[in-house]
Design a protein around this ligand. Sequence first.
Ligand code: KIV
Length: 279
Amino acid sequence: MKKLTIPDIIQRKGGEKLTMLTAYDASFARLLDDVGVDMILVGDSLGMVLLGYESTVPVTMDEMIHHATAVRRGTSGFVVGDMPFLSYQTAISDTIKNAGRFFKEAGCDAVKLEGGPEVCDAVRALVRAGMPVMGHIGLTPQTAGSLGGYKVQGKDVESARKLLVDAQALEGAGVFAIVMECIPNRLAQVITEKVAVPTIGIGAGPSCDGQVLVTHDLLGMFDKFVPRFVRKYANLAPQIKDAVQSFTEEVKSGNFPDEKHSFTMQVDVEQLVAEDGDV
Ligand code: KIV
């Protein structure tokens, strides 16, 4: 499948819905690529899904680059690298250096960062340096603590207005798309109508220009915490556990490996044994 360009993505505003899914390694990237997912996000959700952290806050740039590089090896499609917490909130020179690693070391096509007007200087600097940026507003997991936890955002008029301001500020700063996480459908619809760049929803209803989910969630592989907005298209965790259970039972009972899964020798082993007593 042909890799989308930034103009291709922007042109999809109001047209065919965009799809984005997370991948953290080459094998998943290859599977998503085979199906023709528009964009692959190397999300900092990998901190919770793969690395066992309690939140995305501890995720480091080195961890993100390690996984983004693996994803790049599995796909020739459009890859977005997620800027981890504190990789873009300090000096602009740090922001450019950190984002630059996603492009130079991992071959990403864009980076994503969380926040509204407070990150717009960073967005402008990246765009000026030639690095496409995707915004992320609403429930922003890196700062979930200040938002009162993993909660729906923009439920009252004041916070809804703030989210509209966030989206418009990001658009003005030059993002090519905006992820909107966990906000009411009607608010997502209003924001989608008011900005010219595509909105990509996650828990933001059907009016967005595209949808993103964490792949492990939609496959039913990560059951520690399943947000309400996730639709499980498969329930792989029990299947994986069943398969692993069968393996352990069959190894213990001597049922595995059997002849079909073993190799035979061309030479007469008995002759080798006779020649060398140590064999
Ligand atoms: O880190 C991530 O996977 C994300 C998506 C949930 C949008 O930011």
